[in-house]
Design a protein around this ligand. Structure first.
Ligand code: GLV
Ligand code: MN
Ligand code: MN
Length: 453
């Protein structure tokens, strides 16, 4: 393993380490599924040891020294280090390593061309100052589950692969799940080429700078045709498992969700000399719109967040000429999402008119409701419930995932690992060590049930 940049591992930031966060679960653990850790005979499962060493290696990469959050943006240096780590894991296990035309990384056990493969994995990039678990937990657990199966002497009847999808979070170019959207044809090459980051660098230029060929990007139906089932393990981004006292759950569906850009254009002017009545201040209409978003979301039982803003000219003593705010909104159903976003836009137009401000609203991305494959979901429940009288909880989620994108093309399922605080997209994101190991073992059981003779 080569030396990594960043802080030394060991003294982990809040949430990134695997020791207890000090926040006890709301109720005692009811079930660790059938493979509790340690095993009933006291031995440690094979996947547990490799999980810990991989976790320690990945921990320092892209971690910001002050915030302790992760800044692993697509095609950045930190992302490159994570990708290099993935390649080393693949090659160190003697797996067939591939990078597809969209920069997604694959590690194959068995013949990649044989078809009907069982694929698992997630992503390694992060939101700005994200936590250690969102994405990496799925990738590390996938390799660890493979180790576990090899330790069990499993014989595979189908090819198995671990995948790292590129740019899941959309933190740099504004669109989530770029790697899986391109591969599944849900993002056209033309639209992908138009994506730019905050510094005006286009996606193709960023890929090229990272050593990838941007002319190759595009839909990859042949690759998807190799896959019979995709299972993504992910840290839960809520507290349902904590409240039910379960370590691991199965996903039912992902809420419809999207991102909208609101451009409020007013007039730049002097903050000290311009009378209040003479101002065309876009910040006022933006601020009122943020409050409207909260009201509309509350009314519909949905969520709506303005989490990113850009101001021009961005001077303390200047009235802004432009306030650009990005809305992320999600709801349990399409009708309530339409109601929330429609209500926010209507209010924003009224506020903009009242302040003499122009408003443009652009939908930058949208993912309709995703129902995971029922047969695969039931198969996971059967595998995980085998030899126990326990039922594995089935949960919906408001978070987006590559699994949600792939669900339009192939049978797809997700496993969630308990998050005792529910916090995510924050340095405080956490999952306890035993729960992570239970996740590895549950994933190993699932892969064994699906891919082994
Ligand atoms: C990705 O994590 C999202 O839900 O935005
Ligand atoms: Mn995320
Ligand atoms: Mn994620």
């Amino acid at each position: 393993m080569s030396q990594r940049s960043g802080e030394p591992s060991g003294d982990g930031p809040v949430g990134a380490g695997l020791s207890s966060p000090g926040a006890a679960s709301a109720v005692p653990t009811r079930s660790a599924l059938r493979n509790d850790c340690p095993q009933p005979d006291g031995s440690q499962p094979a996947g547990s040891g490799s999980f810990h060493s991989m976790w320690r290696e990945l921990l320092p990469i892209g971690r910001h020294a002050d915030s302790h959050g992760y800044r692993r943006f697509a095609w950045s240096g930190a992302d490159g280090e994570c990708r290099e780590w993935f390649r080393e894991q693949a090659e160190g296990r003697g797996l067939v390593y591939e990078v597809d035309r969209n920069g997604n990384q694959w590690a194959w056990l068995g013949d990649p061309e044989a078809g009907d493969a069982v694929v698992t994995g997630s992503h390694l990039d992060s939101v700005p100052d994200g936590g250690a678990f969102d994405g990496p937990l799925g990738v590390v657990s996938s390799f660890a589950a493979l180790d576990e199966l090899r330790g069990r002497g499993a014989e595979f009847g189908r090819p198995l692969a671990v995948v790292n999808f590129g740019d899941e979070e959309g933190a740099r170019f504004g669109l989530a799940c770029v790697g899986s959207r391109l591969t599944s044809g849900q993002l056209t090459v033309e639209n992908a080429r138009k994506l730019t980051d905050g510094d005006g660098i286009s996606l193709p230029r960023a890929m090229e700078a990272a050593g990838y060929d941007p002319d190759a990007i595009g839909a990859d139906p042949e690759r998807l045709a190799r896959i019979g089932a995709f299972v993504e393990l992910h840290v839960e981004q809520g507290r349902a498992l904590d409240l039910s006292g379960d370590r691991v759950g199965i996903a039912s569906a992902i809420w419809p969700h999207g991102r909208w850009r609101f451009d409020f254009r007013g007039e730049a002017n002097h903050a000290g000399t311009t009378r209040l009545v003479d101002r065309r201040d876009p910040m006022l209409s933006y601020a009122e719109t943020v409050l409207a978003a909260r009201r509309e979301a509350e009314l519909a039982g949905a969520v709506a967040t303005f989490g990113k803003i850009a101001v021009e000219p961005n001077g303390v003593n200047a009235i802004p000429s432009l306030v650009r705010g990005w809305l992320d909104s999600r709801a349990a159903g399409q009708a309530s999402l339409d109601q929330v976003v429609g209500g926010i836009e209507k209010a924003a137009r009224e506020y903009a008119a009242a302040h003499g401000v122009d408003l443009d609203v652009v939908r930058e991305s949208f993912t309709p409701v995703v129902e995971f494959d029922h047969a695969l979901r039931d198969e996971l429940a059967r595998i995980l419930g085998k030899d126990t009288d326990l039922t594995v909880p089935v949960l919906g989620t408001g978070a987006g995932h590559d699994a949600g994108i792939l669900a339009g093309s192939i049978p797809t399922a997700m496993l969630f690992v308990r998050n005792p605080t529910g916090v995510s997209h924050s340095p405080a994101e956490f999952a306890a060590e035993d729960d992570c190991v239970a996740g590895v073992l549950a994933l190993a059981d699932v892969l064994e049930g699906l891919a082994c003779r």
